[in-house]
Design a protein. Structure first.
Length: 42
């Protein structure tokens, strides 16, 4: 599951590099923090 989420995050980053409102960037950062959390079940 973690690998799938990381792959999805990477794809979104590539396609939305020019996010004008920064909403997507904030969502990606939040998702990365969740994945890095020790509470995330791998």
């Amino acid at each position: 599951m973690k690998e799938y989420l990381e792959s999805t995050i990477n794809q979104v980053e590539v396609h939305y590099l020019d996010d004008k409102n920064n909403r997507i960037s904030k969502a990606i950062d939040k998702a990365k923090k969740i994945l890095a959390s020790p509470n995330f079940i791998k």
